[in-house]
Design a protein around this ligand. Structure first.
Ligand code: NAP
Length: 280
């Protein structure tokens, strides 16, 4: 993972030359975006003549702005965030697996051939985080909770990277079935199924991933009871705020290994940077 602890840009503004490569982080509004404050220190640290700027683009101007940026010879690509992830996928000429699985992009590259390439690294970021933190998927039985956009991305990536089996459980059963069907299309290595929390043998999984939004609030219930999981089950959450959900704290207190939501984002920044050509 790239070290993003470099010094503040405000103390050392970038030197812009005639050949500075431009990157953007497109959002609306854009005050909250993190990517420029992560990418620019890395550019400085690596001695790369490049800069990433926030692009506050109202949805009604998205196509005009993106087509215009694609026309610039020194514009490399975009980190993409709310509310543009779905609409920008529609403007891409080619989509990677993560984007095809979710219908959304979080990174877009403008190549010399004039085409717009998009992908979504949520799922790959989750897997890179697991591996980076010392875990592996091969041979593992995985229970994924949730079937929303993030869950779909995680399911596809986890299956693609060769877990033995993944079961998907979701409050809305039809969405679990649709996510399982989609996931099956992206893997020849893993078996894929659906289950419910009432019928699942919860002690039979090596890895359990909460990809629902349950846990965002302090008074949320646990997505599944920790005591029903195997003693060595890796308990993962993809929620980033709070840093450790109450469910993760309970898992940690019980002695089970835990994996925090922030790893998914931390590790995908490297993947996004490589995809848009910002990192070697
Ligand atoms: P989403 O598309 O709205 O999906 C929400 C999921 O949570 C659905 O499966 C939904 O079930 C389930 N859910 C919501 N409330 C529930 C409840 N009370 N009981 C049971 N299930 C419930 O959202 P998303 O974009 O996938 O995001 C899901 C979570 O992932 C969010 O907390 C988000 O912050 C986090 N996330 C993290 C990262 C990261 O980089 N770490 C990236 C993206 C998202 P139904 O289908 O039945 O409604």
């Amino acid at each position: 993972m790239t070290d993003v602890s470099a010094e503040s840009l405000s103390l050392h503004p970038p030197v812009i030359s005639g050949i500075t490569k431009l990157y953007g982080c497109i959002a609306h509004p854009s005050a909250h975006v993190r990517a420029p404050s992560i990418f620019n220190p890395i550019f400085r640290k690596n001695g790369t003549d490049a800069v990433m700027v926030p692009i506050n683009c109202p949805p009604e101007h998205l196509e005009t702005v993106v087509r215009g940026l694609n026309g610039l010879k020194n514009f490399g690509g975009l980190a993409v965030t709310i509310p543009h992830k779905l609409a920008l996928a529609e403007l891409c000429d080619e989509l990677g697996d993560g984007a095809r699985a979710t219908g959304a992009v979080n990174a877009v590259r403008f190549d010399d051939d004039g085409k717009i390439y998009g992908n979504n690294f949520d799922g790959e970021g989750f897997v890179a985080g697991l591996i980076g933190e010392g875990y592996q998927l091969q041979g593992k039985r995985v229970l994924l909770l949730g079937a929303g956009g993030a869950a779909r991305a995680v399911a596809v990536a986890v299956a693609h990277h060769g877990c033995a089996h993944i079961d998907i459980a979701n409050r809305t059963l039809q969405k679990a079935a649709a996510t399982a069907e989609l996931t099956g299309k992206f893997t020849s290595k893993s078996s894929v199924g659906t289950t419910t929390l009432e019928t699942a043998d919860l002690g039979a999984y090596d890895i359990v991933i909460n990809a629902t939004s349950v846990g965002l609030h302090d008074d949320d219930p646990h997505p599944v009871p920790i005591d029903s999981l195997a003693f060595d089950c890796l308990v993962c959450d993809i929620i980033m705020v709070p840093d450790r959900t109450n469910w993760l704290i309970a898992a940690e207190d019980s002695g089970r290994p835990v994996h925090k939501g922030r790893h998914m984002l931390d590790y995908q920044l490297e993947l996004i940077g490589r995809f848009i050509g910002a990192f070697d």
